[in-house]
Design a protein around this ligand. Structure first.
Ligand code: 3H9
Length: 725
């Protein structure tokens, strides 16, 4: 293999990000920009130089463009887009590169493995042909970042796959496998075995066949008639409004795709450029880019050596086969980890196993996986009444109900049974990890693994570090989160950790709003319209009024602070939420929540008895009080070091609490509104509603300094870099 750097032709020189090699009469350009071969500055230039060189060299009969390392090109460099979204620069312009590729007289073959996403797929579509390994993933995920494909993707994609499939891909942002891409016409051949060898053979075959080779921009066969297209576009818009609620980008993507079928290619490209430029200036785009990097920042733990090897988890054990234990067992089995599922009560164990089976059967029925896969997963879960075999497990997760005395007793027993070096984890959602660790002789091996229900579905895993938890146990928990395809966020030990500690004041404030005159359904509608996945009263009914009641018994408001009044009465009336058919709402036979006049009357009576005046409350006040109360608690959590970064709090809320990603998470949203404004409102609420609105000291300081949570994160990151060097 000869490496050619084109000495003497500096303008055409491929660079260190793109290697050029000659394989006989085929020129191969290999993108080497780890980890994901993003189109960072230098990469488009490198590819273009390689193609220009090929075009000028008559001995080159074909070109193959391929990714080095684990993937083809996973898109534009999102750091560059982040800069553009912040007003520094513009979206990368790839038109020149794409034209060079498409106008090349020799066939240009894109050889895809790993992922061809966003700008990566856009580059690939400018090639005359695309080949891919089985399972390679192709997609236009730009809407997840608040933008649209902006490198002519909205113009080439419908020409290759038709408008309907293009709308589906651009609106959903989903990636499809090479096999589906082949069926759609996005890929020309699947290469089994060595990709480069297959791509070289394909390229020679195409060169032999002779040109002209298909230029995607000139294809029109799949563009459809105006009548057909009008129907597709209308249906797409309806779908986008339903499935991508409140998001601007999916609708904008449809506008650009509509231009592709209605306008000449160049005009369509101009329209696409206008749209992406506009989108890059939106709060939604900045928030979604923040959410992308926030999720990736959680695995960077200051002081935790990167090369610290996690303890391999080859065998797991779980204590408690209830909803949480069963869900965690499924999460383990889904990742291929054998798991012993213990419950000391035969009936509870049977119920747990049958719930797991039912759940898997549902997935098989829906076609999510085959009966074989279900059988394999079931075989990995070993229900049992004793701790037999626990001594061989590398990790045990206790998932019994929230009772400290019981948990301590279980940990004393686990300490006796588990082998040295095993990780002892608790799934507690509120209790003191150090108190639980104190029941063992090895507090360094104890950690909180707070899963969210349903544990095999929800992406968030709060990893709670105790006072003595060892770095290796933390590294193991972070690595386990990745294995389980979850977002593991390391948090400190306090009541409720990050998520539930912020949730409690949020629930409380919603109840105060109801007592002051906003109906539960009005509060819920305002929150839903703002973007929350569910209204808070509906959440309360789903989780169980008894659950919240118990939490409030164990964790009452400090003396002198206002406390919600109606919840106790619902509890006493046996209105425990969805499970009893009534809570804040009444539920019909289809579990549809209906406003209940009985609750309205109960709230009115309670307010009257307690001298709480009733008034009309605006949607804006509902949002401010519900969201700002979380932000205020988040600021305390950050100040106390319970969360490492404001962006970690955002990730907790985005991955586990149905917070809308286009608001970036509570702390990012606070920055967007402006901390001075938020602080002023909190002061007003403090004066109006009492001491539970005491502003957090960190919020006061940042508001006074004109700071933001994001700048605080950036400052910390800088200090950590300095400390690490
Ligand atoms: C686009 O293309 C716009 C175009 O239309 C052109 C407009 C003009 N850029 O996720 P991981 C980093 S928009 C920069 O943990 P995985 C990531 O931050 C883009 N950096 O790996 C992380 O860094 P660190 C469309 C990126 O194996 C590291 O790579 N494309 C980019 O679990 C590893 O990432 C997308 O939206 C990027 N494009 O998953 C794809 N991608 O180690 C976005 C990743 O410092 N990327 N990084 O924390 C992904 O979905 C996943 O990263 C991928 C790999 C599936 C590729």
């Amino acid at each position: 293999m000869q490496i050619c750097y084109y000495p003497g032709e500096p303008n055409l020189m491929a660079n260190e990000l793109v290697n050029v090699t000659h394989h006989g009469d085929v020129l191969v350009a290999t993108v080497n920009n780890p980890p994901v071969n993003a189109l960072s500055p230098g990469v488009p230039e490198g590819i273009e130089a390689a193609v220009v060189a090929a075009r000028a060299n008559s001995s080159v009969k074909a070109v193959v463009i391929i990714g080095g390392g684990r993937t083809f090109v996973a898109g534009a460099d999102i750091k560059e887009l982040e800069q553009a979204a912040a007003g520094h620069g513009s979206a990368p312009k790839l038109h020149g590169l794409l034209e060079q590729i498409e106008d090349c007289a020799q066939p240009v073959v894109m050889a895809i493995h790993g992922t061809a996403l966003g700008g990566g797929l856009e580059v690939a579509m400018a090639g005359h042909y695309r080949v891919a390994v089985p399972g390679a993933q192709l997609g236009q995920p730009e809407v997840n970042l608040g933008i649209i494909p902006g490198a002519e993707g909205t113009q080439r994609l419908p020409r290759l796959v038709g408008l309907a499939a293009a709308v589906d891909l651009c609106v959903s942002g989903k990636a499809i496998k090479a096999e589906e891409a082949l069926a759609l016409g996005l890929v020309d051949r699947i290469i089994e075995g060595d990709l480069l060898a297959g791509a070289l053979a394909f390229a020679r075959e195409m060169a032999e066949k002779g040109g002209p080779h298909p230029k995607t921009r000139e294809l029109s066969r799949k563009l459809g008639s105006p009548t057909e297209n009008a129907g597709i576009v209308a249906a797409g818009r309806e779908q986008a409004r339903k499935t991508r609620r409140n998001l601007i980008a999916p609708l904008a993507a449809i506008d650009a795709l509509e231009a592709a079928v209605a306008l000449p290619f160049d005009e369509g490209c101009r329209k696409e450029r206008e749209i992406i430029t506009e989108l890059l200036g939106t709060d939604q785009c900045r928030a979604l880019i923040h959410a992308f990097f926030a999720e990736r920042a959680v695995s960077k733990i200051p002081g935790l050596p990167k090369d610290l090897p996690p303890i391999p988890v080859r065998q797991a054990a779980i204590v408690g086969a209830g909803t949480m234990g069963g869900g965690i067992a499924m999460a383990m089995a889904n990742a291929g980890i054998p798991v012993l599922l213990k419950d000391s009560d035969q009936a509870a164990l049977d119920r747990g196993v049958s719930a797991i089976r039912k759940n898997y059967e549902g997935s098989v029925k829906k076609g999510r996986f085959s009966q074989d896969v279900m059988d394999q997963r079931m075989a990995l879960i070993h229900p049992q009444l004793t701790s037999a075999g626990f001594e061989a497990a590398d990790l045990v997760i206790e998932a019994v109900f929230e009772n400290l005395a019981l948990k301590k007793q279980i940990f004393t027993e686990l300490d006796r049974v588990m082998k040295p070096g095993a990780v002892l984890a608790t799934n507690t959602s509120t209790l003191d990890i150090d108190a639980i660790a104190g029941a063992t002789s090895r507090p360094d091996m104890v950690i909180g693994l707070h899963f969210f229900s349903p544990a095999h579905v929800m992406r968030l895993l709060e990893i709670v570090r105790g006072r003595n938890t060892s770095p290796q146990v933390i590294a193991t928990a972070l690595s386990l989160a990745k294995t389980l395809r979850k977002v593991g966020v390391l948090v400190g030990n306090c009541w409720g950790f990050v998520g539930n500690r912020m949730m409690l004041p949020y629930m409380r404030e919603a109840q105060f709003l109801a007592e002051e005159g906003a109906a539960p359904q009005q509060v819920d509608q305002a929150l839903y319209d703002w973007g929350m996945a569910m209204g808070i009263f509906a959440v309360d009914d789903m989780g169980g009024i008894d659950v919240q009641w118990r939490v409030r018994q164990e964790h009452p408001e400090p003396a002198g602070l206002r406390s919600p009044l109606v919840l106790n009465q619902l509890y006493q009336m046996g209105r425990l939420g969805q499970k009893t058919g009534a809570g804040w709402y009444r539920y019909d036979e289809n579990r549809r929540a209906l406003p209940d006049p009985e609750v309205t009357a109960l709230i009115r009576e309670t307010a009257a008895k307690n001298g709480i005046p009733q008034r009309t409350i605006s949607e804006a006040e509902i949002i401010e009080r519900c969201i700002y109360v979380m932000i205020n608690e988040g600021a305390r959590i950050l100040d106390e070091g319970i969360a490492l970064r404001a962006s970690d709090i955002d990730t907790v809320y985005l991955a586990g609490y149905g917070f809308p990603a286009y608001h970036g998470g509570p702390m990012w949203y606070a920055d967007t509104v402006g901390l001075a404004k938020i602080y002023r409102r909190i002061e007003e609420f403090h004066n109006q509603h009492g001491p539970h609105w005491e502003p957090a000291p960190l919020l006061r300081r940042l508001a006074a300094e004109g700071g933001t949570f994001a700048s605080l994160d950036a400052e910390k990151a800088r200090e950590e870099r300095v400390a690490a060097n």
